[in-house]
Design a protein around this ligand. Structure first.
Ligand SMILES: Nc1ncnc2c1ncn2[C@@H]1O[C@H](COP(=O)(O)OP(=O)(O)OP(=O)(O)O)[C@@H](O)[C@H]1O
Ligand SMILES: [Mg+2]
Length: 265
C-alpha cells in the first residue's frame, strides 16, 4: 500500500470521499479516522483577511499518536478547532468516522463533540463553578452507564484524587490542566485533540501524563492529535506534522517511537 501522505498530493484526481479513503488506504467506516481534504480557514478582520489554514491535507487513523509542531500563529489551534467541530473551515472537507462534519445539523454536531471528541484546550476551559470532580463528572454524564468509570478514579490517573473538591480557582495552573486532561480522557473518546497538554506541567508530571495518553491510545486505539511547542515530545509520536503559516511543511513517520520516560527536555 503506498504511503497515504504521498497520495495526498494527488487527491484532486478523486471525486468521492470513498475514492479518497480508498486511495489513502483508510477504512471508510472506522469511527476514529479523521480526514482533512484541502482545508482552509480565513478569518475576516474588518478589511484584513487572516489565512489561518491554507489547503491542509491530512489523514489520521488506526490509533495513531500524531504530534503537531509549528511556530505561534501557524494555525495549530485553528486546525484542532475545525476537527473538533468548534470552528468550521472556509473551504475543504473534514470527515470523521466516514461522516462529513460540515454537513452535520447543530444537533448532530453537538452529539459529535460529546461522543467522538475529547478536547484538551490550550487554556483549559474548566467550568469555574464546578469542583474538579464535578468538572469530570460533567463529561462522564455523556458516557453510556455500563462504560462509565468514577470521576475519582480518572482524577487518580492524573494524580489529583486529593484535589477533587477544589474549584478551578483553588487549583494551580498545572492542576487545572490535569483536570482538563482527566475530563477529556474520562470518556475514552475515539479522537483526542490536545492543545499544549503539558505546557503548565513540571517534567515528572508531564511525563506521567504523556504515559497515560500513550497507554490510552494503545489500549483504546483512539487517535491522538497533540499540539505542542515542546519538540522533544515528537519522539514518542507515530507521526510528526509540522505547520508553517497555515500550511503543512512536512509530515514525518517515526518508525521507532520512544517511551515517554525516555524523553528529555
Ligand atoms: N477567531 C479568530 N479571528 C481572527 N483571527 C484568528 C482567530 N483565531 C486565530 N486567528 C489567527 O489565525 C492565525 C492562527 O492562529 P492559531 O490560534 O491557530 O495559531 P497557533 O498555531 O495555535 O498559535 P499558538 O502556538 O500561539 O497557540 C493567527 O494569526 C491568529 O491571529
Ligand atoms: Mg494555539
Amino acid at each position: 500500500m503506498p504511503d497515504p501522505d504521498i497520495i495526498g498530493n494527488r487527491i484532486s484526481m478523486f471525486t468521492t470521499l470513498s475514492d479518497i479513503y480508498n486511495a489513502r488506504g483508510e477504512d471508510l467506516g472506522n469511527k476514529n479516522t479523521v480526514l482533512l481534504e484541502k482545508v482552509s480557514k480565513t478569518y475576516q478582520m474588518g478589511e484584513v483577511e487572516v489565512h489561518a489554514l491554507k489547503g491542509i491535507d491530512l489523514t489520521i487513523g488506526k490509533g495513531e499518536f500524531v504530534v503537531v509542531l509549528g511556530p505561534s500563529g501557524s494555525g495549530k489551534t485553528t486546525m484542532l478547532n475545525c476537527i473538533g467541530g468548534i470552528d468550521s473551515p472556509t473551504e475543504g472537507t473534514i470527515v470523521v468516522g466516514g461522516k462529513d462534519i460540515s454537513k452535520f445539523t447543530e444537533k448532530e454536531l453537538t452529539r459529535f463533540r460529546r461522543e467522538t471528541v475529547g478536547f484538551i484546550f490550550q487554556f483549559f476551559n474548566l467550568i469555574p463553578t464546578l469542583t474538579a470532580k464535578e468538572n469530570v463528572e460533567f463529561a462522564l454524564d455523556l458516557v453510556p452507564r455500563e462504560k462509565r468509570v468514577s470521576a475519582l478514579s480518572v482524577l487518580g490517573e492524573v494524580g489529583l484524587d486529593d484535589r477533587s473538591n477544589h474549584f478551578p480557582s483553588q487549583l494551580s495552573g498545572g492542576e487545572q490542566q490535569r483536570v482538563a486532561i482527566a475530563r477529556a480522557l474520562a470518556k475514552r473518546p475515539p479522537v483526542v485533540l490536545c492543545d499544549e497538554p503539558t505546557g503548565e506541567l513540571d517534567y515528572d508530571t508531564g511525563i506521567k501524563i504523556l504515559r497515560l495518553m500513550r497507554d490510552i491510545s494503545r489500549q483504546e486505539h483512539c487517535n491522538f492529535l497533540v499540539v505542542t511547542h515542546n519538540s522533544a515530545i515528537a519522539q514518542m509520536a507515530d507521526r510528526i506534522v509540522r505547520l508553517h503559516s497555515g500550511e503543512i511543511s512536512s509530515i514525518e513517520r517515526n518508525e521507532n517511537p520512544i517511551d515517554p520516560e525516555e524523553l528529555v527536555w
